[in-house]
Ligand binder design. Structure first.
Ligand SMILES: [Zn+2]
Length: 536
């Protein structure tokens, strides 16, 4: 391994392991006393959710992995670069598991997971360690994955009202490519990248709720800067464990052991490789239907891992599911145990101070402070940059101004940002504020404001300059407009007569002529009032 400093931690702390002996034993005792914890240690990953489908209850489990954003990999100084296109570039003896290597813990990865735990209101473990999960697969030829088994970094917490079982830290495997004929290509750039795994409790009620949970988690990971969590890039991966059973035999209160769960809730099937939120929802719905139909026709659900076939819009069998005891977990002897309270970088109190405003807090604040509509607030929560721009523009302004600003941002500006060359860039706050002020004070019509904004966005001039240059400033000077009104009234005596005889539409014609005379620059409200006065 090179001497280059990445964000790795404890490069020479191998000898510290023994210092934690007493602590380990204490935790082990606590652990054994808690049947609740043991019961929840089924790492095949259940998040269960119940859905009522006719006479059946579906129990669905989700397990979510997210690649963490760090400079280097989980246990070595190889770069963590998801954009690297050349295969097997970011590798070293550690992530290739050559003999004699010594892994070191990536500090940034631990901090990311602690922050996720804080955001979820979970219990941050004071003692934690890494374990070897032993299995061989072409994408992990070293024969084990470093993960966390008994002592996950985070236990408990909730998101979107869904209770969370645990969040732990592990390393990713290599990427396999299967579409090159009769062989598989392996790219080890991904091997050893820090991976967060989150497992929830069985409390989600529908496929939609599962989708909403995954979306909110993605948002949280992005707010925390913990992961880009793009599902299509595999940076966030959702797996669902799904089972169905007749309603009459499902009673969550009576469930004690995994065996009883299977008996009561049905055999669970794991669906993997769900690479979008839509697919998560579709696969869950499909699998509930498939299992009910299977049981109804006298068949039996097999415990297995299934994939999602996008072309056929159905799940398909991949392999029989391994159970956790086959992995022969044991603590990794090359890594130090961590006692978080003894490491100031990992202290929850310290990390709490680095926490940004969380998505749900921002949502509530935007609704309360600015009186936004739900969908507007949601847009500003989802698009944090746009949200910040809105707040910079709206802070300290009147309710009318805020409403107008929100409207122009969500409709006109968003469409300009999508379509123009400067895609994604917000205009200068001062210019945008000036534009909205011009609308509030009737200097610009709604049409004029849209045209001004388009030029302002493309060329960056101030709205006053643009409106003047393009003759978009509304004329509200009553003296000037009065002359126009008098002229129009004298030009169309017949129409004036019609109006006085009760033909309301004639007024619109006269106003139209007045507007034409003013070359579109007249304030329509002022113009109308002058006509009404002039026609009395
Ligand atoms: Zn490496």
């Amino acid at each position: 391994m090179s001497g280059r400093r990445g964000d790795n931690f404890f490069p020479d702390s191998r000898g510290d392991v023994g210092n934690f002996g007493k602590v380990i034993w204490g935790y082990f005792k606590c652990f054994c006393l808690s049947s609740f914890v043991l019961k929840n240690m089924d790492f095949s990953g259940i998040i269960v959710y119940m859905e009522e489908t006719k006479n059946y209850k579906a129990t669905i489990g989700l397990e979510i992995h997210a690649e963490l954003k760090t400079n280097t990999k989980m246990f070595c100084n190889s770069r963590n670069d998801p954009e690297e296109k050349r295969p097997n570039i970011n590798v070293c003896p550690v992530c290739m598991a050559h003999p004699g290597i010594l892994p070191v813990i990536n500090k940034e990865a631990v901090k990311h997971v602690v922050k996720v735990g804080l955001a979820l209101g979970g219990n941050i473990a004071d003692f934690t360690e890494f374990d070897r999960k032993n299995y061989f697969y072409p994408d992990i030829p070293k024969g084990y994955q470093i993960s966390q088994y008994k002592y996950p970094l985070v236990s408990g917490g909730s998101l979107n009202g869904v209770a969370i079982t645990r969040v732990h830290l592990e390393e990713d495997t290599a990427r396999s490519t299967h579409d090159r004929g009769n062989y598989t290509l392996i790219d080890f750039n991904r091997a050893g990248i820090p991976l967060m795994e989150l497992v929830t409790e069985p409390v989600v009620k529908s496929a939609e709720e599962a989708g909403a949970f995954a979306r909110e988690l993605q948002l949280l990971l992005r707010y925390l800067g913990a992961s880009d969590a793009n599902m299509e890039k595999g940076e966030m991966r959702v797996e669902a464990n799904i089972s169905v059973a007749p309603k009459s035999q499902t009673n969550a209160d009576l469930m004690q052991t995994d065996a009883e769960k299977i008996q009561k809730l049905g055999t669970k099937v794991e669906v993997k490789n769900l690479n979008s939120f839509k697919v998560v929802e579709k696969a869950i719905d499909y699998e509930i239907k498939r299992q009910i139909e299977l049981i109804e026709s006298g068949g039996e659900v097999v415990q297995e891992t299934r994939g999602w076939d996008e072309a056929k819009q159905e799940t398909f069998s991949q392999r029989a599911k391994e159970s956790s005891h086959e992995y022969r977990y044991f603590p990794d002897p090359d890594l130090p145990k961590l006692k978080l309270s003894e490491i100031s970088d990992f202290s929850p109190e310290v990390l709490q101070k680095e926490m940004p405003e969380l998505p749900w807090d921002k949502r509530g604040r935007l609704l309360k402070d600015f009186g936004l509509k739900n969908e507007t607030a949601e847009l500003f929560v989802q698009n944090a940059e746009l949200g910040k721009f809105f707040e910079d523009v709206a802070v300290g302004k009147s309710a009318d101004f805020v409403k107008l600003a929100a409207n122009y941002i969500t409709s006109d500006l968003v469409s300009l940002m999508k379509n123009e060359m400067k895609a994604g860039q917000c205009p200068a706050v001062a210019d945008f504020r000036a534009l909205i002020e011009m609308v509030v004070s009737s200097k610009l019509s709604s049409r004029g404001a849209k045209d001004t904004l388009a030029v302002m966005y493309a060329d960056g001039f101030s709205p006053e300059e643009i409106a003047k240059t393009h003759g978009l400033i509304q004329e509200s000077d009553e003296g000037k407009l009065k002359e126009i009104v008098e002229e129009v009234i004298s030009l169309y005596p017949e129409v004036v007569k019609d109006y006085k005889d009760g033909k309301e539409a004639s007024l619109q014609f006269l106003i139209g002529q007045g507007m034409k005379e003013a070359r579109g620059s007249a304030n329509p409200q002022v113009l109308k009032e002058l006509f009404l006065a002039g026609l009395k």
